[in-house]
Design a protein around this ligand. Structure first.
Ligand code: MN
Ligand code: MN
Length: 466
């Protein structure tokens, strides 16, 4: 039998116990949580695509003194620079007082979200109704995307090099679009199907018009909608061949709950972490270690491509920063720290069977840290080393960041990954951190305001203390 310790609070000393974040913050911080939530909702409404997220982030960063980076430019401590990669990903840096030979503090999040992309030959008419064909992007439950208002955001690149921006549905005066579902009265056969087959991918067809063109030719409804698009954007059907048009939910971000403690919105994954990083790097002043923020594209389909986290665009940017100091890139990376900020799963009492409660993130328990992600035997995971986890514990304790340890569901239940492994592959010590989300990847996801705020505080702590 162990020797009985005298302290009455022996359990408090020896046990690890999580507390609800609202029991750990004072009124002043509660107001900060509220204010941050308002700012975040405004960001989310401006950033329904990766391109829009980049543009809004650049607008805000420029307002806070960030300047476009050009290779070869002279840099000194305190300088704030950014670099846009093909309009779809963004790199920002605040130059530290220490040499990059001692490493950088990197925060990486992604700004693409699950959605429906228009196919390249999208427009057709069937039974005098006009539609766009779509091809879904990322992991969605297809049945969630029918019978909700949808908007169209994106670009049409013309043969002459001009790029036309398309936004339909954002303005309250705009029309919106919809994908129809079968009425229950006639759904006897449909309801026998597996959920994944309820709405086959080729049935995710966007209804865009019904009024015929005032002539006597063929495909009059198709002609009528094409004529409207031509009037509004100067495009023809052929121009869809070089377009990137994204169908996104037509919902604004709104408070959820009588207590307004949560936010419902499209694309919390991962714009909630992207915004936290952006705010943190904008607020960091005179860091010792150079602070770098990446808002990457293509995470939802594997982080590949020129704008994804596997792209050399990141290495090029870092190499350019290093070159300005005469430092070798690999020397910098091997001493860098990366907070890979991506959302995690919030424990849902309606679906307790998929989670293991002791190791699940809970709403309002703060920033979720995942030592590892992946699936099965941690396949495709970044598994942060214990020393890096300890370092984060130190930072969070020093800055009163409410945080929790988490993993993605029960061991055999499934899994998932983030950009963390691609950062770790670069020989950067990397840890997963993010906001717990309910209904992840649904058209309208839910997060807790306190957790959003704590993610911002956590990233800022890393920037300022590393
Ligand atoms: Mn994500
Ligand atoms: Mn995701």
């Amino acid at each position: 039998m162990a020797e009985k310790k005298n302290a009455p609070d022996v359990r408090e000393q020896l046990f690890y116990e999580q507390k609800n974040g609202y029991d750990l913050i004072d009124t002043t911080e509660r107001l900060a949580v509220e204010a941050y939530g308002e700012d975040y909702k405004a960001f989310l409404d401006e950033a329904k695509t990766e391109r829009e997220a980049v543009r809004e982030a650049v607008r805000q960063a420029e307002g806070r003194g960030f300047k476009p980076f050009t290779p070869g430019m002279e840099l000194k401590a305190g300088d704030r620079v950014y670099c846009v990669n093909r309009g779809k990903s963004l790199l920002l840096a605040v130059i530290g007082s220490r040499s990059l030979a001692e490493g950088a503090t990197v925060a990486a999040a992604h700004i693409d979200s699950p959605r429906l992309d228009l196919k390249q030959v999208p427009l057709y008419e069937d039974t005098e109704l006009a539609y766009f064909k779509t091809h879904y992007y990322g992991g969605i439950k297809k049945y969630q995307w029918v019978t909700i208002p949808l908007e169209l955001h994106g670009v049409v690149a013309l043969k002459n090099g001009e790029v036309v921006e398309v936004v339909i549905g954002k303005d309250p005066e705009d029309p919106c679009f919809v994908i129809n579902d079968l009425l229950p009265h006639l759904a006897k056969d449909q309801m026998q199907k597996k959920p994944d087959e309820l709405i086959p991918g080729e049935r995710l067809n966007l209804l865009i018009g019904s009024q015929p063109y005032a002539d006597e030719g063929k495909e009059r409804v198709k002609l009528a909608v094409m004529s409207i698009l031509n009037d509004r954007y100067g495009i023809t059907e052929e121009d869809f061949l070089s377009a990137e048009l994204e169908v996104v939910p037509g919902f604004q971000a709104r408070d959820v709950g009588l207590d307004r403690s949560m936010i419902g919105g499209y694309g919390h994954d991962d714009r909630v972490c992207a915004y936290a990083e952006l705010r943190a790097i904008m607020d960091v002043e005179d860091p010792q270690t150079t602070a770098v923020c990446i808002l990457a594209d293509k995470e939802e389909i594997g982080s590949m491509g020129t704008s994804g986290m596997r792209s050399a665009a990141f290495d090029t940017f870092m190499a350019d920063l290093c070159a300005a100091e005469g430092v070798e890139l690999r020397r910098c990376l091997e001493r860098s720290l990366c907070v890979s900020a991506d959302v995690c799963v919030a424990f849902d009492p309606n679906f307790p069977e998929v989670s293991e409660k002791r190791n699940s993130a809970r709403m309002n328990y703060g920033l979720g840290i995942a030592k590892y992600t992946g699936s099965r035997g941690k396949g495709d995971s970044n598994d942060a080393d214990a020393e890096t986890v300890a370092k984060m514990r130190r930072f969070f304790a020093e800055r009163n960041v409410v945080w929790q340890m988490t993993e993605l569901g029960k061991v055999d239940q499934g899994g998932g990954g983030t950009v963390a492994l691609y950062m770790a592959d670069r020989n950067i010590s990397t840890i997963d951190a993010g906001v717990p989300v309910l209904s992840m990847h649904a058209p309208w996801e839910v997060v807790g305001k306190l957790d959003c705020w704590m993610t911002y505080k956590g990233v800022k702590a890393a920037y300022e203390l590393n």
